[in-house]
Design a binder for this molecule. Structure first.
Ligand code: FAD
Length: 417
């Protein structure tokens, strides 16, 4: 089997690049080991995720699935003075405008994007990519797949895109540089779905985030009129010290974590298994080479606090499709590192995302000030515009972080905002 572009993984990254390529007249093969629909975490879409989906031309069909409309995010800290609201706003040449995004059940959303990719011509190979096919010069020429139905098939390609998510297919096989964990590695998420949670009136689809102390927070994401996704992100040591089962842990945190949360979940019923995900934060160094490139979670995932996962994935898919098209037409200017510009561009966005996270936890006072003074730059960052050249909020957060890190003062668990 031969294709210009073989894609390992049919999650948002794999489907979105297949759609972007199809719009450029480039066909692809998606190799997916699971069968859609399947459970996946990552349910809140930023403003930019919404914009990128609109740009893909799927807004009308996605809206027909009735996902909750998200107008913004409300953050509740340990006391009322830590509470703030950030609306979703889109930006054009005239400035910022009110906008909305969606909350999605990933089983439905991932199948929706996957079906769109196949409707536009992507071929699906149902199976597990087992190893890349490499020629004598070390160039990747495709991938071998263990088919779900039995047997194997070789998919020969000009470009192999690894969109395997947290499975990090190529990184695990040693094709990339090092896969490193960072400051957010020793955390875990415990989550489930509930009916009966108290939401806000008309704008019931918004994300609520509760935090108590550094690295200890909770998401509250409406998934439909009845169901709400609730998850706790905690230091792994905190979970281990409790010695509770995930279900016991979840039930106790719901009661004790935050009074505002407790009010909203007093009468909930758990309608999904309790899932636990640990060690989900990592960065892969050097994630392209001759004939291959990594996309989305296949090369990085830091932390879900700002819901940047799908946002980054969709933005990367758009950008990478452009670079793939150029490479297929003109060849690689730098054959050993054909997607170096994509890599550098992606790293710039990731650095801004990392800075937002560090700013939230380490400079809570400066962060709170930016939000409370309705700083447009912070609205851009919450909406997921990570690649703006001249966002003053980035400079302010960077300066606050530098001050914080060079100061001798001990960290306050949560400073006032
Ligand atoms: P995935 O969605 O994981 O897709 C990868 C696909 O590749 C899968 O379908 C898998 O079956 C397939 N695959 C893997 N290996 C192989 C193989 N060898 N052969 C064939 N197929 C293979 N993001 C948000 O935007 N909003 C949120 O609210 C949010 N919350 C999160 C909460 C938690 C606790 C975590 C851990 C993440 C969260 N994320 C969130 C991040 C989001 O889930 C990911 O960023 C997003 O799913 C990445 O998409 P992807 O396509 O790169 O990977």
């Amino acid at each position: 089997m031969r294709t210009p572009v073989a894609i390992v993984g049919g999650g948002p990254a794999g489907s979105a690049i297949a759609i972007n390529l199809a719009k450029r007249g480039i066909s692809s093969v998606i190799i997916e080991r699971d069968t859609h629909p399947r459970f996946h975490i990552g349910e809140s879409l930023t403003g930019e995720s919404g914009e990128l989906l609109r740009e893909l031309g799927v807004e009308e069909d996605l809206a027909a699935l009735n996902p909750p409309v998200k107008h913004g995010i409300r953050v509740y800290g340990p006391s009322a003075r830590h509470e703030f609201w950030v609306p979703i706003r889109r930006r054009d040449e005239d400035g910022l405008h009110d906008s909305t995004s969606w909350q999605v059940r990933r089983s439905t959303f991932d199948r929706f994007l996957f079906d769109r990719a196949t409707a536009l011509g992507a071929t699906v190979v149902q199976g597990r990519a087992v190893r890349p096919i490499v020629d004598d010069a070390g160039t990747v020429r495709g991938v071998r797949v263990a088919l779900t139905a039995g047997g194997t098939v070789d998919v020969h390609s000009d470009v192999l895109v690894d969109a395997s998510g947290q499975k990090t297919f190529l990184a695990n096989l040693g094709f990339t540089g090092r896969k490193e964990t960072g400051g957010y590695a020793r955390q875990m998420a415990v989550y489930s779905h509930f009916t009966g949670a108290v939401r806000d009136g008309e704008q019931w689809g918004n994300t609520l985030t509760f935090f108590r102390q550094k690295y200890h927070w909770c998401w509250f994401i409406p998934l439909d009129e009845e169901t709400t996704s609730i998850g706790f992100v905690v230091p792994t040591s905190y979970f281990q010290e409790r010695g509770e089962s995930p279900v016991e842990f979840m039930r106790r945190e719901l009661r004790e974590f935050n009074t505002e949360l407790a009010r909203r979940v007093a009468d909930v019923e758990m309608v999904e298994d309790v899932h636990v995900t640990a060690n989900y934060s990592y960065t892969v160094d050097r994630f392209c080479g001759p004939g291959w490139v990594c996309l989305g979670d296949a090369h990085r995932f830091i932390d879900p606090l700002f819901s940047y996962g799908v946002n980054i994935t969709l933005a990367e898919a758009r950008r990478l499709a452009e670079d793939v098209q150029r490479l297929l037409a003109d060849g690689a200017a730098e054959p050993d590192r054909p997607f170096r510009e994509f890599e550098e561009w992606s790293n710039r966005g990731a650095a801004v995302a990392q800075m937002m996270l560090d700013g939230f936890w380490e400079t809570t006072f400066a962060f709170g000030l930016l939000v409370r003074t309705h700083n447009d730059g912070i609205v851009d960052l919450f909406s997921g515009r990570l690649w703006m050249d001249d966002n003053p909020a980035v400079a302010e957060l960077e300066a606050a972080l530098t001050r914080r890190r060079t100061s001798e003062a001990p960290a306050a668990a949560v400073a006032t905002g």
